[in-house]
Design a protein around this ligand. Structure first.
Ligand code: HH2
Length: 256
């Protein structure tokens, strides 16, 4: 799954693909690089991100979905029912819902398309305030099992589960979830994992360098590839990445 953020403020590529022509051209690059799904988003979900008004998010994503959907499977990364519906009309066949909302699962069920349920606590403004778990793997697994069952009740046939790396998680939580990914795979749904360029990788590499400065977002390719390779080797069926070419090569090696 290649990431296509039609936003001014995404943490790694904000502003690069805000114009429709630039977004569509980047979508074409993701397809040429081997993406099987392109995940189009018009609202950043990074910690501290502002809410985007409905009409602005629609303006950002719908023309991009319409232009790319004849060429590749499109997933719509939104928490807004109105955006999900418009994207489905424009050709999206997967809803990527980082808020695990019952309404979005119902829309997917009615439309007969796929649905991703991701674990998060709170919203982008609050989620990194005080992440706390007694047992992060057990709690995330229980959350995903509950919401996946609700999606099934809403008639969704294709349900993906995602541990939500970086969403209301400390670096140690992210690492525990990756270390015990098999427990999430054991839930019985295909697993999606998104680690690409995320802050915990910068923290990890910065700390290992012996200084407290996180590695910058543009210097996290190798770390990202290490994590997606790990995830695929431990049972993830889809990885959400910015760097599609390198990730597809890693996928081919893991598959072999
Ligand atoms: N991560 C981000 C956004 N959407 N969806 C799923 N299912 N899983 C993820 O891990 C995930 C996601 C954050 O990454 P990005 O889109 O690059 O940044 P931003 O939210 O700032 O646009």
């Amino acid at each position: 799954m290649g990431v296509l953020n039609v936003t001014p403020d995404s943490f790694s590529d904000g502003g690069r693909f805000l114009e429709h022509a630039a977004a569509i051209a980047h979508g074409d690059v993701l397809i040429a690089d081997g993406a099987q799904v392109v995940d189009v988003g018009g609202e950043s979900s990074r910690p501290g991100a502002d809410v985007v008004p409905d009409d602005e998010e629609l303006r950002r994503v719908v023309p991009v979905v319409a232009a790319l959907s004849p060429k590749v499977r499109i997933s719509i990364d939104t928490v807004k029912p109105v955006v999900a519906r418009a994207a489905i009309d424009a050709g999206a066949t997967l809803i990527n819902d980082v808020s695990a909302s019952p309404e979005l699962a119902e829309i997917a069920g009615e439309a007969g398309i796929g649905y991703v349920v991701m674990h998060r606590v709170g919203d982008p403004k609050t989620m990194q305030d005080h992440p706390h778990y007694d047992d992060v793997v057990a709690e995330v697994s229980a959350f995903l099992a509950l919401h996946a069952a609700r999606a099934a009740d809403a008639g969704v046939k294709e349900i993906w589960v995602d541990p939500g790396i970086g969403f209301a998680k400390l670096p140690a939580h992210n690492l525990s979830l990756l270390r015990h990914l098999d427990q999430i795979v054991d839930l019985g749904y295909p697993v999606l994992v998104g680690t690409s360029r995320k802050a915990f990788l910068g923290d990890l590499l910065g700390a290992s360098d012996g200084n407290d400065e996180p590695t910058q977002v543009g210097d996290r390719l190798e770390a990202s590839i290490a994590t997606v390779t790990w995830a695929m080797a431990h049972g993830a069926s889809m990885i959400r990445v910015h760097d599609v070419k390198a990730s597809v090569e890693a996928a081919k090696v893991v598959a072999a």
